[in-house]
Ligand binder design. Structure first.
Ligand code: COA
Length: 260
């Protein structure tokens, strides 16, 4: 089944998922959120796919936010449901995928767009990218995890300044505060992300999935992250990838991970 709001392609172990509503600057309406859930699930379950690159279509926007036209007349209960369903279907979902997801932030990443980029495992931006959480300018707060993830990524003071001023920061400022890992000219963005994907793909997919679980545990107050790390570390010893990785090292050859 195809998508109304996405382009989804795969090539050489990488899934490219592109949010494709350029006339609305790729704003996330509820159908797009459901389609993203489906495309990401399919890529995550596809054993040929080792990295997902998520980006926006056009040269102007990654995602300019949740689609304001969809929630402008919501009441309190509808507002709560919007945030809860979105967090479950997309934002928490992306963060907990076992396949690495790189956000290629190719322009505006505002509100839900920045929240989506922050849910990805890490972010790379183009020089023209602009990022912000402008929700208080609309009389609301970020509801797709932005208050939590921005604080985790840049610290409380910077997060509160960005949220309270509703101001956008540019790519260099995002790099300086650790919100993105790299900044590239727009025409080099996807190639650079592919280069990172190829480095990731040389390593054990099961160990990478275990690393995502352990790192995410750092931000989950219901678990002890050190304990999760011990469990995931132990789990790796029972995998074929561990047998292959250690044998390859001892035999002085390149590992060929079965991904099991
Ligand atoms: N929701 C719904 N539609 C959006 C949108 C959003 N978050 N962001 C942009 N759009 C639409 C605009 O309404 C416009 O549609 P139209 O052509 O049918 O009128 C189209 O995308 C192009 O946007 P426009 O505002 O004309 O582009 P611009 O270059 O002048 O400004 C932005 C770009 C990003 C600064 C501006 O679109 C903006 O402020 N968007 C909202 C950002 C926001 O508050 N996001 C958080 C939502 S919680």
């Amino acid at each position: 089944m195809g998508y109304n709001n996405l382009l989804s392609e795969k090539e050489a172990g990488i899934a490219y998922i592109t949010i494709n509503r350029p006339l609305k600057l790729n704003a996330l309406n509820s159908e797009t959120i459901r389609e993203l859930n489906r495309a990401l699930s399919e890529a995550n379950e596809d054993s040929d796919i080792q990295v997902i690159i998520l980006t926006g279509s056009g040269e102007k926007a990654f995602v300019a936010g949740a689609d304001i036209s969809e929630f402008a007349d919501f009441d309190v209960e509808e507002g709560k449901r919007l945030a809860a369903e979105g967090q479950e279907l997309l934002f928490n979902f992306v963060e907990n995928l076992s396949t690495p997801v790189i956000a290629a932030v190719n322009g505006f990443a505002l509100g839900g767009g920045l929240e989506l980029a922050m849910s990805c495992h890490f972010r790379v931006a183009s020089e023209n990218a602009r990022m912000g959480l402008p929700e208080v300018s609309l009389g609301v707060i970020p509801g797709y995890g932005g208050t939590q993830r921005l604080t985790q990524l840049v610290g409380k003071g910077r997060a509160l300044e960005m949220i309270m001023t509703a101001a956008m920061i540019n790519a260099q400022q995002a790099l300086d505060c650790g919100l993105v890992n790299h900044v590239l000219p727009q025409e080099e963005l996807l190639d650079f992300c592919e280069g990172l994907a190829h480095k990731i793909m040389k390593n054990s997919p099961v160990a990478i999935a275990a690393a995502i679980k352990a790192v995410n545990a750092n931000h989950d107050k219901s678990v002890n992250g050190f304990q999760v790390e011990i469990e995931q570390f132990g789990h790796c010893f029972g995998t074929e990838d561990f047998a292959e990785g250690t044998s390859a090292f001892l035999e002085k050859r390149k590992a060929d991970f079965p991904g099991k």
